[in-house]
Design a protein around this ligand. Structure first.
Ligand SMILES: NC(=O)c1ccc[n+]([C@@H]2O[C@H](COP(=O)([O-])OP(=O)(O)OC[C@H]3O[C@@H](n4cnc5c(N)ncnc54)[C@H](OP(=O)(O)O)[C@@H]3O)[C@@H](O)[C@H]2O)c1
Length: 314
């Protein structure tokens, strides 16, 4: 690491997540930041930055301490190994490495210690998994988890900058729910990601979790209706108390994407018992998918890595 703070490379800096990443890095006082994107954006000015092309050569030069990647799964698969080869640590926000055995998948408030077990790559979870695990963790520690059911209401920014532009230009009467993920004949990959990633982060490989994901015509902020069955009884008042004390969680009577947008915390409310099952709890959460759901979570992971002794010395 050089004087002037850690050398940070934001790959995908022109995208929806990359733009917020640059904003947050600036707010947090990081001054030694470079921006990379595809050949399409190379040379473009973004504030004080000039966008560099994310070529294998540029990424493997060894002149960056941590890369924050938000470029999509296939570009990450191709480019991340070059950044690691150059000796940098990479926090990758795509689905490319999340479920790979041996690659930590990290929400700092839930399993932050796992970040330090990396061998070059730490994966950042899906934008619905992050707020869900922040909320499940304290409930699990108190009462165990027998089953989780989730219905999501995901904003358009979760699909990237082009989708945001499309919504801006779409006549209101054409607004509709969408299910714009890969479908395997039964489930969308978004639904299986939510299940598998939650299991990996919480280290509960058999946790029954069923999700239905939809995209709603909202610009920023993902919401989730969650039905939980605990192993031990957990009265709603106690759940509320636990969630009030949980890191990066704020109890709010009626959370909504609008209230969550621009905030760092996951908002959770409507905490009530679900009388249709034994030991059932229902709640509603909302979080900013571009901040805690992506950019902020990745920066928090990078900060864990930067605070730890260098990988080479480990
Ligand atoms: N949006 C969310 O809420 C969210 C949340 C969690 C995780 N993620 C993940 O983060 C990633 C990016 O999402 P996004 O919403 O920011 O997408 P986006 O708005 O479409 O931005 C994509 C970015 O990737 C760059 N890029 C694409 N192909 C590239 C390549 N071959 N080489 C270098 N750069 C390339 C683009 O650069 P150009 O401008 O040059 O095309 C752009 O900067 C995805 O993997 C997504 O799943 C997104």
């Amino acid at each position: 690491m050089r004087d002037g703070g850690p050398r940070i490379g934001v790959v995908g800096g022109t995208g929806a997540v990359g733009t917020v990443t640059l904003e947050l890095l600036r707010e947090r006082g990081y001054g030694n930041v470079r921006v990379f994107a595809s050949a399409r954006s190379a040379g473009k000015r973004l504030g004080e930055h000039v966008v560099e092309e994310a070529t294998p050569e540029a990424l493997s030069r060894g002149d960056v301490d941590v890369f924050l990647f938000s470029v999509g799964t296939s570009a990450s698969r191709e480019l991340v190994p070059h950044a690691v080869r150059g000796g940098a640590a990479v926090v990758d926000k795509s689905a490319a490495f999340r479920l790979e055995p041996g690659i930590p998948l990290v929400v700092p408030e839930v399993n932050g210690g796992r970040a330090l077990e990396h061998d070059g790559i730490v994966a950042n979870p899906n934008c619905c998994t992050i707020p869900l695990t922040c909320v499940l963790k304290p409930l699990y520690e108190e009462a165990g988890l027998a089953r989780v059911r989730v219905a999501t209401y995901q904003s358009v920014s979760g699909a990237g900058a082009q989708a945001m532009e499309r919504l801006r230009n779409e006549p209101q009467d054409d607004h509709d729910l969408r299910m714009d993920w890969d479908f395997d004949g039964e489930e969308f990959d978004e639904e299986s990601k939510l299940r598998e990633e939650t299991r990996k982060i919480m280290e509960l490989p058999d946790l029954p979790l069923q999700a239905t994901c939809v995209r709603v015509p909202v610009m920023v902020g993902h919401a989730e209706a969650v039905w939980i069955e605990t192993e031990a009884p957990l009265p709603p008042a106690r759940a509320r108390e636990l969630l009030s004390a949980a890191p990066s969680v704020r109890v709010e009577d009626f959370p909504s994407p609008g209230k969550a947008a621009g905030e760092d915390e996951v908002l959770v409310g409507r905490i009530r018992s679900d009388p249709t099952v034994e030991r059932g709890l229902a709640l509603f959460l909302a979080g900013d998918n571009l901040r805690k759901g992506a950019a902020l979570n990745a920066i928090q992971i990078a900060e864990l890595l930067l605070d730890a002794p260098a990988r080479a010395a480990a």
